[in-house]
Design a protein around this ligand. Structure first.
Ligand code: DAT
Ligand code: MG
Length: 139
């Protein structure tokens, strides 16, 4: 499998609860190299645009409010089979269904406030990475 990239955010709940360091440790211990990293905050418009694919879902308003309510950590990660392996590392969307050893099992508090984002395809990883990082910020 070719070395490739995925995009992640440590969401406002996990930042607020003091889990940045532990989550970054799980990511690097999982074999991912950090190629971009920043503490930032989404505006409401940013969150609406980032999650536009979910605009018709009943939880969209709540999701946008949550994702814009406080700082996040945005990062681009590199590893062989990055997208799929990172989805495995974060676990199921609903922490009640997340496997032992996953980031969401350890740190998510609910299906809506689930600690981390992981891209779902190589194409979306590139789009989401470019949403947050200029080319000169991608090492
Ligand atoms: P994932 O983040 O695992 O890719 P998703 O893309 O289906 O999940 O949804 C994006 C986010 O929306 C998810 O991380 C949390 C929120 N969400 C999804 N399903 C939800 C639900 N049934 N109730 C509340 N929030 C939900
Ligand atoms: Mg998703």
């Amino acid at each position: 499998m070719a070395t490739n990239r995925t995009f992640t955010m440590i969401k406002p709940d996990a930042v607020q609860n003091g889990h940045i360091g532990n989550i970054l440790a799980m990511i690097t211990n999982g074999g991912f190299k950090i190629v971009s990293l920043k503490l930032t905050q989404l505006t409401v418009a940013d969150a609406q645009a980032f999650y536009a694919v979910h605009a018709a879902r009943p939880f969209y308003g709540e999701l946008v409010e949550f994702m814009s309510r406080g700082p996040i950590v945005a990062a681009i990660l590199e590893k062989e089979n990055a997208v799929e392996d990172f989805r495995t590392l974060i676990g199921a969307t609903n922490p009640a269904e997340a496997a032992e050893g996953t980031i969401r099992k350890a740190y998510a508090t609910s299906i809506g406030e689930n600690a981390v984002h992981g891209s779902d395809s190589d194409e979306n990883a590139a789009i989401e990475g470019a949403f947050h990082f200029a080319g000169r910020e991608q090492f």
